[in-house]
Every structure is written in C-alpha cells, then in structure tokens.
Design a protein around this ligand. Structure first.
Ligand code: B12
Ligand code: SF4
Length: 497
C-alpha cells in the first residue's frame, strides 16, 4: 500500500498581472510526477493554485486536507519565493511531512534552495524516478545518497547526488541515465481538473491540454534553460496512443505541444504527422518551432495533421544581437523573413516571439526588433524582456558581472512587466516603456480584444507613446499611427482612437 502524496503548483498570477484573459495550462511536469506516483500505487492529490489563483494559506490548506506524508512542489524562478512561503507554512502546520521541491529553478540552484527554504529534498532535473526513490528512502530510513538526482537536508543527512540532466557539452560519466520516456506513464490528467485548462489569451475554443513528445533542445540560445540539452524522443506509436486518449477518452479538442522545438528532426516530424492523419486523430495542435528547421514539406505535413498554431522564435531584428543570442550561423533577418512568409501561406496562427534586453543591447537595436516585428506581420507577437534565468548560459555571464547571486530575490524574474536583472544598455524604466511600446505599436492583429498586449496585458501608463522620440520614430519610418495619446486629468496617458 502506498503513501499519501500531495502535489502543488503555486499560483502564477504575478506573471500575468495585467492580462485580461489568462493562459491556464496544466502543469505538465507535475502531471508526469503524479502519473509515476500513481503507477507505484501511491495516493496522489493535486492542488493547482494557478488555476484558482489561490493564496498561500488556501494553497496549503487544500494541499494538507488529505493529511499527506509527502508534499511535492514545482516552481519556476519567479515563483520560488511563493514555494518558500508554502514550505514554511507546511512545516508549521504539518511538521512531520516531508517536503520535496522540483522544477527548473530548484534544479539549477539545489544547494541554495536547501539554504533558503525548509525543504527536505530538492529533485534535480527529471523527477519521475527520483520521487519514488526519495519515498522509498524515507520509508526505509536509508541515507539519500543512493537516490539519483537529489540534494537533501533530511534526518541529519546532507548532500547532493549525480543528476540525470546532461548538457551536450558535458561528459557522460558525470551523469546518470535520463528517464526512459517510453516507459514513463502518460501525464495523469485525470488527477487535475483537466476540463478547465484553456488558453484564453489566444482565443482557444474549448479545453486545451499540454503534452510533450520530446525533451531537450540542441539550440544554444544564451537566454534559455533548455539550451544545449540532449534531445530524446518518445516513440511515435507511444505519442499517438496518448493523442488518441486525449481525443477519444478525455474528449479534449486542443493540444499544446510543450516540446522546445517540434521540428528538430525532420524525418520524425514527417512520420509523426503522417501517423496523426493515418489514425484519424482530429485535434487542433499548437507547436513551437525553429525557422531554420522548417520547409514547405514540413509545413504541409504539420498543417495536414491538424496544427493550427505555430510559434517560431524570431528574438531580434538586429543581426549583431541575433548572433549574440546564438541562434546559429544560418540565422539572419533575411532568412527569417523568408521563412515567416512560408509559414504565412498556411491557414494557421503564427505567434512570433521576440526578446529585448540582451547584454549591452541599445535602444536603437531594440527599435530594430520592434520594426522587424511590424514588418513580419505575425498574428500574435510576444515580446519578452530578457531574464538571465539560473539554468541559462546568461546566468553565468550575469554572475560574473556581479548582477545576480544564488540567494537573491527572484520575484521579479519575469518576461513581461518586471525586470529582475537588467543587462542591457537601456535604463530599466525605459526598457519597460519600450516593451509596452512594442505591444502597442506592433499589436496582435489576429485577436479581437481591445487590448493589444495579449500575453502581458497593457500597463495603463505608456509615456513613450506621447514622447518626442516616438513621434520622430514614426516620422522616420514614414508611418502615421492610427492611435493618438493624451494625458487625462489624473495625468495618466490614454489612447484616443
Ligand atoms: C509550456 C511552458 C510554459 C507554459 C505552461 C507552463 C505550465 N504550467 O506548464 C506557459 C506559457 C504558461 C509558461 C509560463 C511561464 N514560463 Co514557461 N515553459 C514552458 C516549457 C516550454 C515547457 C514546460 C514543460 O511542460 N516541461 C516539461 C516537463 C516534463 O518538465 P518540467 O516541468 O521541468 O518537470 C520535470 C522536472 O522539472 C521535475 N519536476 C518538476 N516539478 C517537480 C516537482 C516535484 C515534487 C518533483 C519531485 C519533480 C519535479 O520532474 C518533471 C518531470 O520530469 C518550458 C521549457 C521546458 N523545456 O521545460 C518553459 C519554462 C519552464 N518557462 C519558463 C518561464 C520563465 C516561464 C514564465 C516565468 C514566463 C513569464 N510569464 O514570465 C512563466 C511562469 C509560469 C509558471 N507557472 O511558473 C522557463 C523557466 C526557467 C526557470 N529557471 O524558472 C522555462 C524552463 C523556459 C526556459 N527555457 O527558459 N511556460
Ligand atoms: S530558445 Fe528555443 S531553440 Fe533556443 S535553445 Fe531554447 S528551446 Fe532551443
């Protein structure tokens, strides 16, 4: 007989502060952990505080309602402080429970996590096998040094073991085998309120679920935590079985594929697309892809298989920044423009993503990105402000510059409306203005909302739009913007259309 385990996704409301319609996606990593636990006969309950925007108190009350022996919490970097507060309350209300933290942030900083939280264990990297080993070690009272991929401060034992997560550049001997993706049970969607997940910010109709067909990315983008990781694929039949289950058993119509790059292997993506068609699967599928990996044959196959949403990463409209990001020698503005026009031949939505604030990046270079975004005419544009996340190559750059440290406050490490660490040549307040300006100026033409900033939500005050610099910019590119801006009685800038 197994034990009671409570899993928690902290609320992510702060990530989407101004968004009027939210993206509510099932926390897939946690769903994989839940499936592994259930397969091993443990009794699992889930608290997705992001779905209901729960406070710390309500999150903990809900999670402790089943009187768990183990509590597992996932978190990204900006949610780390919430995870710490959740652990603190759990330890106060249920001091005998064993707390395990997992996810990208704590995997990157396991030691600091044990130093700054009251967690007993930190799972480093993939957790499907690790969590089972932790439970066994606690139940049998054995030292955790035999558990793969863990840092611990439990029962008087402290230490860290080898991780499963290996970068391409790292030697094989220093790492343990990654989990076998074909042997992992599919995410335990039934333990979540899976009918309530959807992507309101992107007009998705009906329920949407998330899935992952491969893990890792050979790309080397300097801001990305997935950069330079070994790519592993699930067998195509294994993926198709899951898609059939999503459509026929759970009656879900939309799937977002979380793979870092859906198109990283041409032969495979063609075979997968053919398999979807051959099995008669009729899902609407959203994917993220790289422009240097797509051609007409791939696009035809994706479109035929039900892909209705594609998300290429453009990142920058300045050639020097494109190289600095590390998008590879083949990538250039001309090439991306050509590939965007290819994508735009199909009746699907194209979401282009951009980043601003690379180390040393100037206002002029950011304006080139904004102009390039406008030229590309994607249906949706996502502008992120660069954040050197602890699992990305830029974290080490920022560390060398003395701009970050393992114990700092990470609550502003967001893509959108806050800047936890500014590495650019532009002052922080100005960078935020340029970010707002990008949304306002380029817009998201495919959406029917009155606010253009689908992903981040408009901030109410946009002084740049009334500035002399903006007027000059519009003149320089010979365009008249249809919106004009006035200050109202509260001295707030308002758009008058
Ligand atoms: C899809 C996605 C989203 C979606 C959906 C997120 C969701 N709720 O699932 C959306 C668009 C909403 C999103 C939002 C954000 N995202 Co996001 N996202 C992703 C993406 C592409 C896939 C996530 C995924 O499904 N992974 C697959 C699963 C299997 O992996 P996993 O979650 O890491 O879980 C495994 C292990 O970490 C571990 N594990 C995880 N939790 C736990 C818990 C326990 C107890 C244990 C034992 C183990 C364990 O075991 C799991 C199974 O092996 C990743 C990139 C990536 N490759 O992971 C970025 C990524 C997670 N996002 C990132 C970021 C920064 C964000 C935002 C902060 C952006 C913002 N708005 O400012 C927000 C934060 C939202 C949040 N809830 O925290 C970063 C996080 C970096 C970091 N250091 O924190 C990533 C890694 C992208 C990157 N390369 O930089 N994201
Ligand atoms: S940004 Fe995309 S292409 Fe670049 S390393 Fe990350 S996942 Fe790969």
């Amino acid at each position: 007989m197994g034990v009671r385990v409570s899993l928690i996704q902290p609320s992510d409301g702060l990530c989407y502060k101004w968004a009027r319609k939210r993206t509510k996606r099932m926390p897939l990593g946690l769903a994989y952990i839940a499936a592994a636990l259930e397969q091993a006969d443990h009794q699992v309950s889930v608290t997705d505080a992001a779905l209901d925007d729960l406070s710390i108190e309500d999150t903990v009350d809900q999670a402790l309602a089943c009187d768990p022996l183990f509590v597992g919490i996932t978190c990204t970097t900006p949610l780390y402080h919430q995870a710490v507060a959740i652990v603190e309350r759990i330890k106060r209300l249920a001091p005998r429970s064993v707390v395990i933290l997992g996810g990208p942030h704590v995997s990157a900083l396991p030691k600091a996590t044990l130093e700054t939280s009251q967690a007993d264990f930190v799972c480093i990297g993939e957790g499907e096998e690790t969590i089972l080993q932790i439970i066994e070690c606690v139940l049998t009272g054995r030292p955790p040094s035999q558990v793969v991929g863990v840092a611990y401060n439990w029962n008087g034992w402290q230490g860290e073991t080898v991780t499963r997560r290996r970068r391409v550049s790292e030697r094989r001997e220093t790492h343990s085998q990654p989990v076998d993706l074909n042997r992992c049970p599919v995410p335990a969607r039934h333990l979540f309120r899976y009918q309530e997940y959807t992507d309101g910010a992107r007009d998705v109709e009906g329920v949407q679920t998330s899935a992952m067909f491969s893990r890792g990315c050979p790309g080397k983008c300097s801001f990305c935590g997935a950069a330079d990781t070994i790519v592993r694929w699930r067998d195509i039949a294994n993926v198709l079985d899951e898609l059939e289950m999503i459509e026929k058993q759970l009656h879900i119509g939309n799937v977002f594929v979380n793979d870092d790059t859906y198109t990283s292997n041409k032969k495979r993506v063609l075979a997968l697309s053919r398999g979807i068609v051959d099995r008669g699967i009729k899902l609407k599928i959203g994917v993220q892809l790289r422009l240097d990996q797509v051609d007409a044959e791939i696009c035809d196959a994706l479109f035929a298989s039900g892909v209705n949403y594609v998300g290429p990463g453009i990142e920058s409209g300045n050639e020097q920044i494109i190289r600095q990001i590390g998008k590879g020698p083949k990538e250039s503005k001309a090439h991306m423009l050509e590939k965007m026009r290819l994508l735009q031949r199909y009746d699907w939505r194209v979401r282009a993503s951009f980043v601003m604030g690379m180390p040393g990046e100037t206002e002029e270079q950011i304006m080139e990105t904004i102009d390039f975004a406008r030229e590309l005419r994607a249906d949706e544009n996502a502008f992120s402000i660069l954040v050197p996340y602890p699992d990305s190559p830029l974290w080490h750059t920022a560390k060398q510059l003395g701009k970050v440290n393992d114990h700092m406050d990470f609550s502003k490490f967001l893509y959108y409306h806050a800047i936890g660490c500014n590495l650019s040549a532009v002052p922080t307040e100005r960078l935020l203005e340029l970010h707002e300006f990008a949304y306002e100026y380029v817009g998201n033409p495919a959406y029917r909302f009155d606010d253009d900033a689908v992903s981040s939500g408009n901030r109410p005050h946009i002084p740049y739009l009334a500035s002399e610099a903006f007027r000059r910019h519009r003149e320089a590119i010979g365009e008249k913007h249809e919106t004009s801006y006035v200050y109202d009685n509260d001295d707030k800038l308002r758009a008058s259309r």
